[in-house]
Design a protein around this ligand. Structure first.
Ligand SMILES: C[S@@+](CC[C@H](N)C(=O)[O-])C[C@H]1O[C@@H](n2cnc3c(N)ncnc32)[C@H](O)[C@@H]1O
Length: 299
């Protein structure tokens, strides 16, 4: 299976409020959420599905109401306008990588295989994880390991990487794993390796910058009464989403009207994030860190 959709009924129930409306799933992946959105739309409804990974395009749904867009979602507005689908009634983002990307050894996302350190979702552009580990100064490497992977001994790991690469460039996931494993706390190696690989993946794909851009565009891209649903898996992503829903911007700057009342374009559908049930996590462990936030644009 390409990918098992996370929080599927909760997402669809909160997102689709107008069966005749125009919706966009900006992280199409295996199309699990998209398929269910279409099931809830009338023959008049429309759905656009974005993904920057060519592999996702191979699963594009064959439905006259559906349009696949092979692009980074940071270009949301431009493509919605191009397809005459602007503004929309609902935006869905299910962030991060798909199981297909993670489980395909050649993509270099996982320490479970020994392959070239690539990690690009869009294999046609940008820098690879190998370029990052071989060229970033130790200080910059340490910063990203700490900020994006919450890796505690990031400085030691970065220093070891810098020292080792002077002898031989680090080209594969296996080489990187071998270099850093002796520095990881015993019994927690897998957890730490996941954090290190996650940090590199987020940097390679500039995921935080893309999310910021998507969220900022979403305010204008939604019709009044339209909904936004974001599933995040990382505290940095969730912070941006929370800020947007509270204030209408990702910095979390609250603007007030003349009388001091907070001005925000969104009404949150549930105060707290929606998280998977124990049953869902048991059945799909990759759902465990998911947080779904849904809001409605008011004006
Ligand atoms: C968690 S998966 C989505 C799975 C999907 N909801 C499903 O049910 O199959 C995330 C997908 O979003 C894509 N993606 C991540 N960041 C992206 C971005 N900035 N622009 C476009 N696609 C992105 C990835 O390539 C991946 O296929």
């Amino acid at each position: 299976m390409y990918h098992q959709p996370v929080l599927l009924p909760e997402t669809i129930a909160g997102l689709v409020t107008n069966p005749d409306g125009v919706y966009v799933d900006v992280t199409y992946g295996g199309g699990g959420h998209s398929r269910e959105i279409l099931n809830n739309l009338s023959p008049k409804g429309r759905l656009l599905g974005f993904d920057q990974d060519k592999d996702a395009a191979k699963n594009a749904l064959q439905d006259p109401r559906f349009q696949f867009v092979l692009s980074n979602f940071k270009h949301l507005k431009k493509f919605l306008q191009f397809y005459k689908a602007y503004p929309v009634d609902g935006i869905l983002a299910d962030l991060g990588v798909s199981s297909h990307q993670f489980d395909e050894p050649k993509r270099g996302f996982s320490y479970r295989f020994d392959e070239l350190l690539d990690m690009r979702m869009d294999t046609g552009k940008g820098i690879t994880a190998a370029e990052i580990v071989n060229t970033y100064p130790a200080q910059k490497l340490a910063k990203l390991l700490f900020a994006l992977g919450e890796v505690q001994n990031a400085h030691k790991i970065a220093a070891r990487i810098e020292k080792t690469r002077q002898l031989n460039p680090i080209q594969t996931t296996g080489q990187l794993t071998e270099i850093v494993t002796p520095l990881l706390p015993k019994g927690k190696e897998n957890k730490l390796l996941s954090q290190i690989f996650q940090a590199l993946r987020i940097e390679v794909n500039a995921e935080i910058e893309a999310l910021q851009s998507l969220l900022e565009q979403s305010v204008e891209a939604l019709n009044a009464g339209g909904r936004i649903a974001i599933i995040s898996y990382h505290s940095l992503e969730d912070r941006l989403v929370k800020n947007l829903l509270k204030t209408g911007n990702t910095e979390g700057k609250l603007h007030k009207d003349f009388y001091g009342n907070p001005l925000t374009p969104f009404k949150r559908i549930s105060k707290k994030a929606i998280i998977p049930t124990d049953e869902e996590i048991e059945q799909n462990p990759r759902a465990r860190s998911a947080k779904l936030r849904i809001a409605e644009k008011m004006i």
